[in-house]
Ligand binder design. Structure first.
Ligand SMILES: *Cc1c(COP(=O)(O)O)cnc(C)c1O
Length: 409
C-alpha cells in the first residue's frame, strides 16, 4: 500500500523559510533585480554619448562577454527571450504547419514562440528528477507516432513535419540533455535549447544553451541577470550565427548610406541602453551565483527537518551545476488545496511565493495541440511552490531583492 502523503503544517514551513532568511522584517520579492555595480556609469555613458539605440559598442561588448562566459561561438543580443526563441526556431527550420516538441511544464513564452512561427506546439511530459523533458517517454512517443523520411521526421498521425525538440532548463536546473541529443540524432530533429532561465548553469561541465543547433537566453527583469528586457541567441554554427544577426537587424545589407534589405527581417536587436545594463550585470554574475547557491543551501538545510511535513527543496541534478535561479519547494501531495493553503500562509508572512506555471496543455489556446500522457507534469503543477530567490536576500545592506519600505508587493 502507498503511504499516505502528510498534510503539511503551513505554519511550521513558513517558520522554517523565515528562519533560513534570518527572520526578515520587510516583505521579500520572489526575484528582484540587484544593481550594485557599474549600471549607472554605463547608462550615463550611453546618454552622454547619444548611443542609446543601435549605435555604440555596448551591444557588441555584451555579446562578447556572453560568448566568453558561455563558450558559444556566436551570440546575438535581442529585445527579449521570446523573440530570440522565435528567430532560433525559424533558423532551425520551423515554419508554418510544422510541429515542435516542447515540455508542457514551461513558461508560456516557449509555446508562444512556436506559435509565432505559425507552427503547432506538441507537448511532452517531464521527469520528477529535473522537472525537464523526459527523454525516455519522448523516445516511446516518437516510436509510436513518428516516421523518418528523406527530408526529416514526420508525425504520422497529423502528417506534419517535426521541426525541432525544445528542452527547457526549469528554474535553472539542467535537463538531462544526453538522451535528448541522442533522440535528436536518431530522428534527425534539431535541438533548440530554451536556456532562458539557466545563465550560469552547466551540464557535465558545459554551459546550457550551447548543446543544440541553437539556443537562447533571457534577461527579463526577474532572471539571473537583467537588461530590463532582453534575450540572446547562442550558436556554434557560423552560418546560423551570421544569419541570426542579419535577420535580427531587419536583414539590411551593410552599406554606409543605402537602405537595401534582402529578406523579410525583424527589428529584434537589443538597444544599447539595455546592453549597457547587461555589461554591468555580467560583471556581477559570479557574485550573484555564489549568493544564490548559499541561499539554496540555507533553504535545503532549514527544510531538511521537515520531511515529515511532506516537503523537500528542489536541488541540482547530479553531474550538473545549477544557477538556482528560483528555489522551489516540492510537496509530496499533488493537491492544489494543500498547495494553495501553504501559498496563502507564505504570502501572508510577506514572502512572495507562487505556484509553478499552469501547464501549456491546460491553457485554452493550446488545449487542442498534440501531446503525450501528462501524468508527471500535472502532478508537479499541483505541488511546486517557488520561494524568494533574489541574489541579495542574505545581504541586509542591499535593497534590490526587497520591496521599498511601505510599498505593497
Ligand atoms: C523568461 C523565459 C523566456 C523568455 O522570456 P522573455 O520575457 O521574452 O525574455 C522563455 N522561456 C522561458 C522558460 C522563460 O522562463
Amino acid at each position: 500500500m502507498m503511504p499516505l502523503a502528510h498534510k503539511p503544517n503551513s505554519q511550521r514551513i513558513v517558520a522554517a523559510v523565515r528562519d533560513a532568511l534570518g527572520s526578515p522584517t520587510e516583505p521579500l520579492l520572489l526575484h528582484g533585480p540587484v544593481f550594485a555595480g557599474n549600471e549607472w556609469r554605463y547608462l550615463k555613458d550611453c546618454i552622454d554619448t547619444s548611443n542609446v539605440s543601435s549605435s555604440g559598442s555596448y551591444v557588441t561588448e555584451f555579446e562578447n562577454r556572453l560568448a566568453q562566459y558561455t563558450g558559444a561561438a556566436h551570440v546575438i543580443a535581442t529585445v527579449n527571450g521570446t523573440t530570440a526563441l522565435h528567430l532560433a526556431l525559424m533558423l532551425a527550420g520551423t515554419d508554418r504547419d510544422t510541429e515542435v516538441l516542447l515540455p508542457s511544464l514551461t513558461f508560456v513564452a516557449t509555446a508562444n514562440a512556436v506559435a509565432h512561427c505559425g507552427a503547432i506546439p506538441h507537448f511532452c511530459d517531464v521527469e520528477n528528477r529535473t522537472m525537464g523533458m523526459d527523454a525516455g517517454k519522448l523516445a516511446d512517443h516518437l516510436q509510436s507516432m513518428a516516421e523518418r523520411r528523406k527530408d526529416g521526421c514526420y508525425n504520422r498521425r497529423t502528417g506534419r513535419r517535426i521541426a525541432a525538440i525544445v528542452p527547457m532548463h526549469t528554474f535553472g536546473h539542467p535537463v538531462d540533455l544526453d538522451p535528448l541529443l541522442e533522440l535528436s540524432r536518431r530522428w534527425n530533429v534539431p535541438v533548440v535549447e530554451d536556456a532562458a532561465e539557466s545563465l550560469g548553469s552547466s551540464y557535465h561541465g558545459r554551459h546550457t544553451g550551447t548543446f543544440g543547433k541553437i539556443g537562447i537566453l533571457s534577461f527579463n527583469g526577474n532572471k539571473v541577470v537583467t537588461t530590463g528586457g532582453g534575450g540572446a541567441i547562442l550558436t556554434n554554427d557560423d552560418e546560423l550565427g551570421q544569419h541570426a544577426k542579419h535577420l535580427a537587424t531587419t536583414a539590411k545589407v551593410p552599406h554606409p548610406w543605402e537602405f537595401v534589405h534582402d529578406e523579410t527581417g525583424y527589428n529584434y536587436t537589443m538597444p544599447s541602453l539595455n546592453a549597457a545594463l547587461g555589461c554591468a550585470q555580467m560583471e556581477q554574475l559570479p557574485g550573484f551565483l555564489d549568493h544564490k547557491r548559499k541561499l539554496a543551501q540555507l533553504y535545503i538545510k532549514a527544510l531538511s527537518g521537515l520531511e515529515a511535513e511532506g516537503v523537500t527543496v528542489f536541488a541540482e541534478p547530479p553531474g550538473c551545476v545549477s544557477n538556482y535561479w528560483l528555489n522551489a519547494l516540492v510537496l509530496d501531495s499533488a493537491d492544489e488545496k494543500v498547495r494553495d493553503e501553504l501559498l496563502g500562509a507564505l504570502n501572508d508572512a510577506h514572502l512572495q511565493c507562487r505556484p509553478i506555471w499552469r501547464p501549456m496543455h491546460m491553457l485554452s489556446m493550446y488545449a487542442d495541440c498534440p501531446r503525450m500522457d501528462m501524468a508527471v507534469t500535472e502532478s508537479l503543477a499541483a505541488r511546486v511552490i517557488n520561494l524568494p530567490s533574489s541574489a541579495n536576500l542574505l545581504d541586509p545592506a542591499r535593497n534590490g531583492g526587497r520591496t521599498a519600505p511601505g510599498k505593497a508587493l
